[in-house]
Design a protein around this ligand. Sequence first.
Ligand SMILES: [Zn+2]
Length: 180
Amino acid sequence: MSKNTSQLNSKRKQVSQSASACGLPSHVDLSGDQSSVSYSEAEWRKRLTEEQYLVTREQGTERPFANPFHDNKAIGLYRCVACETPLFSSTDKFDSGSGWPSFDSPIDSRTLGETRDVSYGMVRVEVHCNVCGSHQGHVFPDGPAPTGTRYCINSAALRFESVESVELIVQLVKDWYQAQ
Ligand SMILES: [Zn+2]
């Protein structure tokens, strides 16, 4: 392993370790079936643009390539667009060529839920924000090593927060977990 690769791997681990070392914030309870954050239909419509609503609340899929984050290479944090939960880090993003933002792992598997999706005659694994239930995309078993997974996510389900360094991503993640 080259020096650069091992440095990158330790930086990658920093972000997910900063999350897994923390208890969940006080407003988040993942023990029941109920989402910790929920709004009425009218409130969801008010909080989200039409495209964000279609993707996150109606399991829609935006068009490939014609979305803001598929080739975003900036350092930063990807939050759930509906509830601000930190879901993905730029340190886990890779260029899949699919036209959608792709990650090889979420920041914290507690906050990214999975369900079996049999729509469109395919068997796929759907992923959503576990805090508010917003649909994010799908996960496929064809990602790069070492995880081998590819999280194929809609830009419309994400809000990107650009920062100067990986350390600042870690800080944003910690801030969310420690919020009261
Ligand atoms: Zn959410």
